[in-house]
Design a protein around this ligand. Structure first.
Ligand code: SAM
Length: 285
């Protein structure tokens, strides 16, 4: 068992390096000894593969990823944690820690520079304040990852893995469904972390589609329809697309009619393929 899941040792090492954990950076560290081995086991990487981790903290998940992969690259924003990681990961020569903001780093370039063309997986206990932007960046920028296994808030898992067209779905649900298959792996209770967060967590896995499940004429336009539609999800699509995407009401109403839908339809009633069809009908080349 890793020493890093011992809360006494964790507090000692943080104290020795003068680190005060901050909520603003989502610093809740895993202390349940079974969670990191399970995440590493389920992330899909094997000894020939590379792994990227976002937010290694003190390296509790990183060391499990180092054990199962050829090479693990961990990106940490907090400068205070860099010397800690130097200490906790000193026995692993297949780990590289990069002091950077995961939202700003060029991940395509990182993959090219750090891995020698093999499969690359992402596995992370994400800082919750950047869950949506980080997942959207990975998917929209088409970062070549074989799978993305991440710990997120349970509420976020409910939303991101919901069925498009259900009440729980949102813009991120539709966007993720377009790019990837979403699987819910297991729940993690607040007591598994130090300090414990207020919310339940869940580990989910996204497997990027080889080909999108819907043919869209223009992805940018498709996402502008999704964003505008869900920004005012209780409004009819005719109103939501007028205010959010500047599409005249009559144009949307005509397209909905062509699809056999009511002009009073809301985006949350449409499936992913219906949103795709609507965006294709509304797209003027
Ligand atoms: N992996 C560790 C664990 O499971 O115990 C720590 C996870 S903790 C939830 C999130 C980590 O992400 C923290 O170490 C925090 O400093 C780091 N972090 C926060 N924002 C970040 C960003 N924009 N880029 C990279 N790391 C970030």
């Amino acid at each position: 068992m890793s020493r890093l899941t011992d809360p006494k040792y964790l507090k000692e090492i943080l104290f020795r390096h003068g680190i005060v954990l901050t909520k603003a950076r989502g610093q809740n560290f895993l202390v349940n000894p079974s969670v990191c081995p399970q995440m590493a086991d389920m992330c899909g990487a094997t000894e020939n593969d590379g792994v990227i981790e976002i937010g290694p903290g003190v390296g509790v998940l990183t060391e499990q990823l180092a054990k199962i992969s050829k090479k693990t690259v961990a990106i940490e924003l907090d400068s205070g944690l860099i010397p800690v990681l130097g200490e906790t990961l000193k026995d692993y020569d297949n780990v590289k820690v990069i002091h950077e903001d995961a939202l700003k780093i060029d991940l395509k370039q990182l993959i090219e520079d750090e891995f020698d063309g093999g499969d690359v997986y992402l596995c992370a206990n994400l800082p919750y304040y950047i869950t949506t932007p980080i997942i959207m960046k990975l998917l929209e920028d088409k970062i070549p990852l074989s799978a993305i296994t991440v710990m997120v808030q349970k509420e976020f898992a409910d939303r991101i893995c919901a069925k498009v067209g259900s009440r729980q779905s949102g813009a991120v649900t539709a966007a993720v469904a377009y790019y990837a298959e979403c699987e819910r792996l297991f729940r993690v209770s607040p007591g598994s972390f130090f300090p414990p967060p207020k919310v339940e967590s869940e580990v989910i896995r996204l497997i990027p589609h080889k080909n999108p499940p819907v043919d869209v004429k223009n992805e940018k336009h498709f996402f502008s329809v999704i964003k505008a539609g869900f920004a005012q999800r209780r409004k009819t699509l005719t109103n939501a697309l007028l205010s959010g995407a500047n599409i005249p009401k009559e144009t949307t109403a005509k397209a909905l009619e062509e699809m056999g839908l009511s002009s009073g339809a809301r985006i949350e009633e449409l499936s992913l393929s219906q949103i795709g069809e609507l965006s294709n009908l509304l797209y003027a080349e």
